[in-house]
Design a protein around this ligand. Structure first.
Ligand code: CMX
Length: 466
């Protein structure tokens, strides 16, 4: 572990990096920092070539619909870490979720036996390479070593009102930890632009390392005794489960799956985009990801997972009170009541996807394997049978199929994690890994301030009246 930490510190200068390469032969693994250092010059050169030789090549047009309609499908953002296909769903560095499950190192060490380690997906997202188990373990050690929070953070969290939404608390907690930002200090010290990514990586690893304790402190404060117990002999997800107060290997596996599948969903989604946008001003990774968390806290985005559970609970209590069975027929009735009231069915629809979200499918498969007889799972499955038909008949929704948020709460609920107001915090811990992996490349590739052009309604009218 110590060797890993000293490697990370040495990543801060080119000179020491060169000397660290010289020592690689006497060590058994190539570190994350060394892997990235080897990739950066080639990626920079390729991007420079693309700009120089093809900078004026047209890749799309923008319609008035897109301009006033949330920029759907406008191609104007570079994203290294993942890509979302409307039909197929997400690929992390080219790998689908089942492919990740087949090749990424797991807790047991036997690939394909259990869910991937979050650390192995973090490595993949950052580097584009599948790590060995040793490399994933070295990242676990590095994250554990960076997990200590600045002394003022837990007292600050303890002082927050319990009724404050957990996502607000998460954002405050991360903002408070920003006092330790290496990136903002390096910038103030005047380091050259070509070294920004080295300092950004320091913060990125620390943010990912520190988020679980901030999140667990919030959970334990709001719902329990405020006590958080770490177990650093475990992986990132297992330790997070212990801090939350859960000690069940099956729940650890669920958390590994949960944290992996929520990491990244290409760049256009609100949390990833907000992180990228704030980071483009050279705000440090703590501040950038706080921006991402605030976007994730909206009900059309990450908050939908709590809304799904709320919707199901409302449905159940209504029909229990009326002495009616909860079945396909009563679900259909409740869905139409929701739609006729002008509300959305949470967990259904997507801005890009046009098929069932593979993140939904893999959670369904987890449920079929681990909790097939769970009554709430059966209910969600029945909703899945009827809802696409209802939404098609409703006629407005571009995608009548379930998204990731439709299933996650049900799995958590099974393990006694019933505090659904908190669910988006788990999403927030995970999304850091994707959004911040990209933020590393934003700085390594020297991407500029993001500043699209806005137009006035008068200008739009002038275009059509010409
Ligand atoms: N229930 C009812 N109406 C829906 C709907 C749903 N699940 N999904 C979309 N619609 C409506 C929209 O509100 C819109 O109505 P208006 O024309 O009156 O504004 C119309 O259908 C067309 O919308 P769309 O093109 O299908 O969807 P958008 O790209 O505009 O929005 C999303 C995408 C996810 C915000 C939307 O489907 C939605 O609100 N879903 C429910 C909330 C949800 O599950 N969010 C989580 C998404 C995943 C995530 O980010 O975590």
């Amino acid at each position: 572990m110590n060797r890993m930490i000293s490697k990370s510190a040495s990543a801060l200068s080119r000179k020491t990096l060169t000397s660290s390469f010289a020592k690689t032969s006497v060590r058994s693994i190539t570190t994350l920092q060394e892997t990235l250092a080897a990739q950066v010059p080639e990626k920079q050169a390729k991007l420079t070539q693309l700009k120089k030789e093809h900078g004026s090549h047209v890749i799309g047009n923008v319609t008035i619909d897109q301009c006033i309609g949330g920029a759907r499908s406008v191609k104007c953002m570079l994203w290294e870490t993942s890509n979302l296909d409307a039909e197929e769903g997400i690929r992390f560095r080219g790998l689908t979720i089942p492919e990740c499950q087949a090749v990424l190192p797991t807790y047991s060490g036997k690939t394909g036996d259990g869910e991937p380690l979050l650390e192995s997906l973090f490595w993949l997202l950052l580097t584009g390479e599948v790590p060995t188990k040793e490399q994933a373990d070295s990242l676990t050690a590095e994250l554990h070593a960076r997990s200590t929070l600045p002394a003022h953070v837990v007292p600050l969290l303890n002082s927050l009102p319990k009724q404050m939404h957990p996502m607000t608390q998460l954002s405050i907690g991360l903002m408070a930890a920003q006092t330790e930002s290496k990136f903002s200090k390096a910038y103030a010290d005047g380091v050259p632009k070509k070294e920004y990514h080295l300092h950004a990586l320091e913060d990125i690893l620390s943010v990912v390392a520190q988020l679980p304790e901030i999140a667990a402190t919030i959970y334990r404060n709001v719902y329990f005794d405020g006590k958080v117990n770490k177990d650093l002999s475990l992986d990132y997800s297992g330790n997070f489960c212990r801090m939350l107060g859960y000690d069940d290997p099956s729940f650890d596996e669920l958390m590994r799956l949960y944290l992996c599948i929520h990491t990244d969903h290409e760049g256009g989604n609100a949390s990833a985009h907000a992180t990228h946008l704030v980071g483009s001003t050279l705000s440090d990774p703590y501040l950038s990801y706080s921006g991402g968390l605030n976007a994730l806290a909206g009900p059309l985005h990450g908050l939908a997972n709590q809304e799904v559970l709320k919707w199901i609970q409302e449905l159940k209590s209504k029909f229990d009170a009326e002495g009616k069975e909860v079945n396909a027929e009563s679900i259909t009735e409740f869905a139409w009541e929701t739609l006729k009231a002008g509300k959305v069915i949470p967990g259904y629809g997507h801005a890009v996807l046009r098929k069932t979200d593979p993140r939904y499918t893999c959670q369904r498969e987890f449920a079929l394997k681990h909790i097939p007889d769970d009554p709430l799972f059966k209910l969600v499955d029945t909703i899945y049978q009827v809802m696409p038909g209802i939404l098609k008949e409703h006629g407005k929704v571009a995608n009548p199929y379930p998204n990731v948020d439709s299933h996650s709460g049900v799995l958590l609920w099974h393990y006694g994690f019933t505090q659904y107001q908190y669910y988006t915090v788990l999403f927030g811990v995970s999304r850091a890994v994707g959004a911040l992996s990209q933020l590393y490349w934003d700085r390594a590739l020297g991407l500029p301030l993001e500043r699209p052009k806005s137009v006035t309604p008068e200008w739009l009218w002038s275009q059509v009246q010409k």
